[in-house]
Ligand binder design. Structure first.
Ligand SMILES: *Cc1c(COP(=O)(O)O)cnc(C)c1O
Length: 388
């Protein structure tokens, strides 16, 4: 199926083309260049982070974060289980072991109590984890005060995976400025895009300088090519950064548009039996990158998120189950997991619905009408579920 309405499609503003034309007319098509420097400055200005390195992807940024923290073969890294695989894959790139932690229900992100239990247990077993990776899922900040307190007490550096959370804030502080290092993504489906790209943020200048060094093949100062450590080709190109500068200029509008989508969904769909939404506790501000609903089959007269997904697909409307937890993924089958079934239940009952900042009122109404209709159909007239 080619969707007619996508989950989250790129949304261009007015300045991207002008910046890209600048890159072309100055023949600065190579990696690095004035737009990369400018984009890094713009990222710092937008988030309040002191330093930023623009990179080829969010995944590359996470990988470099682990390298910078000295994560290597045999180490352990704590990671939120309820996330996209890119949060955890770089742990495997380094030959380390992810220790997955369940979520809590007020933000859907890492549970501080479970994190502390797990840390105590790993330390008691003789292994002090090298880092904790927290994710602000779908744009919702995690419970940062509790998480930072734990990381400080156990002296373990915190990496914020803010790939989905540019424009979000916790107690007034932007996501991406709360940990030792933070990761952003500008992939095509994110709240802003460079067509593909990412960034590493920190208040520690030495870390970001080293990130830039590692991301450009780790060339030691010498007239020839001299290398004393392993390098990577992870820098962002000047053309991508040009797009990013145009996109960043409209970030605030994009956040407002996504939050408006969410409000409309809540207003019309929350009255449906068993339907609920990702909460936003006081002091938390989500960019509402994706609007997510949960459907409790015990309250919904048997309607499941799969009934809704299939009904939407029938009308060429893209929707996707919430992230399948990493501890349930075959690739991570051997990784330890701490927690209960919070993330598993969210995966079973949750659905991301179209959330783009460029959705029209007509499209939103079509989506909501389709979901409402699923609830009014008798059970035997709903589309067969995937198990049937
Ligand atoms: C998108 C995403 C990433 C990876 O970013 P890329 O730029 O696609 O490599 C990492 N973590 C989360 C939570 C993401 O959503």
């Amino acid at each position: 199926m080619t969707p007619e309405i996508y989950l989250s499609s790129p949304h261009l503003g007015e300045r991207e083309l002008q910046y890209v034309q600048e890159a072309f007319s100055s023949n600065w098509i190579a990696p690095l260049g004035p737009h990369v420097d400018g984009f890094e400055q713009d990222l710092c200005a937008t988030t309040g982070a002191s330093y930023a390195a623009a990179l080829s992807s969010g995944t590359a940024a996470l990988h470099l974060a682990l390298v910078l923290l000295g994560v290597s073969s045999g180490d352990e890294v704590m990671c939120q289980s309820f996330t996209f695989a890119a949060s955890a894959n770089p742990i495997l790139y380094q030959g380390a072991t992810p220790i997955f932690i369940d979520s809590e229900t007020t933000t859907w992100n890492i549970c501080p109590d479970t994190l502390e239990t797990a840390l105590k247990d790993r330390i008691a077993r003789g292994k002090r984890p090298k880092a904790v990776i927290v994710v602000h899922l779908y744009g919702m900040p995690a419970r940062m005060a509790e998480i930072l307190d734990i990381c400080q007490r156990y002296e373990i550096p915190l990496i914020e995976d803010a790939a989905e959370a540019l424009g979000s804030a916790y107690q007034g502080k932007p996501c991406g400025t709360l940990g030792k290092l933070a990761v952003l993504s500008f992939n095509g489906n994110k709240i802003i895009t460079t067509s593909g790209g990412g960034a590493l943020l920190s208040n520690d200048e030495a870390l970001i300088k080293k990130a830039r060094f590692l991301a450009t093949q780790a060339r030691d100062p010498a007239p020839h090519y001299e290398h004393s450590v392993v390098g990577y080709n992870y820098r962002m190109s000047n053309v991508c950064a040009a797009i990013g500068r145009g996109q960043l200029a409209v970030l605030e509008t994009r956040v407002a548009q996504r939050r408006a989508n969410f409000e409309r969904y809540v207003k019309r769909l929350k009255p449906l039996p068993g339907v609920d939404f990702q909460p936003e506790p006081d002091g938390f501000f989500s960019n509402r990158w994706l609007s997510c609903i949960t459907v409790d089959p015990e309250l919904s007269d048997g309607v499941t998120r799969e009934d809704i997904r299939l009904a939407l697909a029938e009308q060429r409307i893209e929707a996707r189950p919430l992230w399948k937890p990493m501890h349930q993924q075959p690739v991570f089958a051997r990784a330890p997991f701490y927690g209960s079934s919070v993330s598993e239940r969210l995966f079973e009952n949750g659905l991301c619905i179209p959330s783009g900042s460029n959705l029209t009122t007509g499209q939103l109404n079509k989506i909501m009408a389709c979901i409402e209709e699923t609830f009014s159909l008798p059970q035997d007239q709903r589309l067969p579920s995937q198990t049937a």
